[in-house]
Design a protein around this ligand. Structure first.
Ligand code: FAD
Length: 469
């Protein structure tokens, strides 16, 4: 083969510009008469990096392993999986195959950028070219800047400029693509198989780009028109649940945006709103691009001197979904059971940890990243900073979500609570949100409230005001 396509956050075959670039490089360097020794073929590889693998929870591992399996099928069983540090694996593979270039979609997270810099340098030492084409975003992070050439700090002007910037049409598969058959590491295949078959896994969605596109088509035709109004309702099936696919790159946002823009959609502001939500994903990636330290540190400094509590028993109750606040518990259990949580509930549970339990947001962000199958450092950690009031364009520090009124508004019939908290299944309708009001509310082993929300709200405001001087 004369080129390598290294898949990372782009486990798909459709709408993948780096595949086109890899094919062009392979095709251009092939001797037209010689098709016997793999010349002109593209070797597609995934590198299982033990450093990243170790940090992932079982659900995340299983989701990745299922997604790799699906990508292998999409590449006609020719996805090569190798195990090890990419800095050594890629140069070795290039030498083994006689490849002249390694092609990727540009990685944009701080750790990914550091790693890619090292891999590119190692390849350069052996004369192998490193080529970045596209990224996991419709607009590459760092591209959208204001009139002065500086990055946007606030979402709304960013999203306007992001739309004006525009994005290319989806890429089509190069004609005459030939895929190389390259041996995988047996140890890597075994590791992936074990991850897929791990005991007590949450129920995961079907993996792969075909499943992602089916999910999109179903959502588009069934729920997109009402998305603007239904997206906040935790009890309804009103959101796309595409985040795990976007995370792994089984589908690219450009594919979805092109479909939204083609004018066939129904009435309502759903399509517009959906594009705006995709823009949040792009905004947070852009913020991380410009401020790599914002991954784990407060982006805004006024709250740097905040007085936080250490994690104690109440935090453990939060992790397990046993705080005594039904909607918080339903959401935290949804996270453990499905590896996913509804957006409104991510805000409610993050507010509960940071403002009712007074814990610094990175502790919660870490718990989410361990369990979410869509766990993404930019969207997750900046989502946490938004709730904590420490991010750029954050929720105001004095906004403290009330877990009861949030439940009553966004799960008005109590269905979401009953789905995940069986101890409350005997409470009808919205009574599920306030079991303490019913004498039999606690009969089924449901815990008492770990804190008093009204009291902790006052305490949070006191601490925030003290920190702001
Ligand atoms: P939909 O409502 O169908 O939206 C479509 C897509 O738009 C999503 O898949 C996602 O890619 C993007 N999107 C929507 N809302 C947001 C948002 N607020 N920020 C960034 N992108 C958004 N999203 C992740 O993908 N990974 C995370 O790790 C993550 N952690 C979060 C943590 C917290 C504390 C908060 C408040 C939000 C977090 N989000 C995260 C954003 C959002 O909750 C999820 O993207 C959304 O719930 C995914 O469900 P969906 O695909 O059905 O979303």
């Amino acid at each position: 083969p004369s080129s390598i396509l290294w898949l990372r956050r782009d486990l798909r075959r459709g709408d993948l510009p780096a595949l086109g670039a890899a094919h062009d490089a392979a095709d251009g360097s092939a001797d037209a008469a010689d098709t016997t020794d793999g010349q002109g073929e593209v070797a597609v590889v995934f590198v299982l990096d033990p450093t990243l693998w170790r940090g992932a929870g079982d659900a995340r591992r299983a989701w990745l392993a299922e997604s790799i399996k699906a990508a292998d099928a999409a590449y006609d069983g020719r996805l090569c999986v190798r195990e090890g540090d990419p800095v050594t694996v890629l140069p070795q593979l290039a030498a083994e195959l006689g490849a002249g270039s390694v092609h990727v979609s540009r990685e944009t997270t701080p750790a990914g950028r550091r790693r890619d810099g090292k891999v590119a340098a190692a390849l350069a030492r052996t004369g192998v070219q490193w080529v970045e084409t596209g990224s996991p975003y419709a607009v590459g992070p760092g591209s959208v800047v204001n009139g002065e050439g500086t990055p946007y700090k606030v979402f709304t002007p960013f999203s306007r400029a992001w739309r004006d910037y525009g994005w290319p049409s989806p890429a089509t598969e190069p004609a005459g693509l030939r895929l190389a058959q390259v041996r995988s590491d047996q140890s890597a295949l075994t590791t992936l198989k074990q991850a897929r078959e791990a005991p007590d896994l949450p129920s995961l969605p079907e993996a792969g780009e075909e499943a992602a596109l089916r999910r999109w088509a179903d959502f588009r035709d069934r729920a997109l028109a009402d998305y603007g109004t239904d997206r906040d309702r935790a009890d309804l099936d009103g959101v796309s649940r595409l985040s795990p696919y976007l995370k792994i790159g089984a589908v690219h946002p450009r594919t979805l945006l092109a479909d939204l823009a083609d004018g066939r959609r129904g009435p309502g502001d759903g399509a517009e709103r959906f594009a705006t939500e995709l823009a949040w994903r792009e905004f947070y990636a852009d913020v991380l691009w410009h401020h790599p330290r914002s991954a784990w540190q407060d982006l805004r400094t006024p709250l740097t001197g905040m007085d936080y509590d250490d994690a104690g028993g109440a935090v453990e109750a939060w992790r397990q979904g046993r705080t005594g606040y039904p909607v918080v518990d339903a959401a935290m259990r949804q996270l453990l059971h499905e590896g996913w949580m509804h957006n409104r509930m991510r805000m409610v549970t993050a507010s509960f940890l940071t403002k009712d339990l007074h814990v610094w947001w990175p502790l919660g962000a870490r718990h989410f990243l361990r369990h979410l199958i869509d766990g993404d450092i930019a969207s997750n950690n900046h989502g946490w900073q938004w709730v904590a009031g420490t991010g750029t364009d954050a929720s105001p520090y004095f906004r403290v979500f009330n877990p009861v009124t949030q439940g009553l508004r966004f799960d008005p019939h109590g269905d979401y609570v009953r789905r995940y908290v069986p101890e409350l299944a005997h409470l009808e309708g919205k009574a599920a949100h306030e079991p303490w009001k019913r004498p039999d509310g606690y009969l089924h082993g449901y815990p008492q409230r770990v804190v008093d929300h009204a009291e902790e709200r006052r305490e949070a405001l006191r601490r925030y005001e003290a920190a702001r001087g």
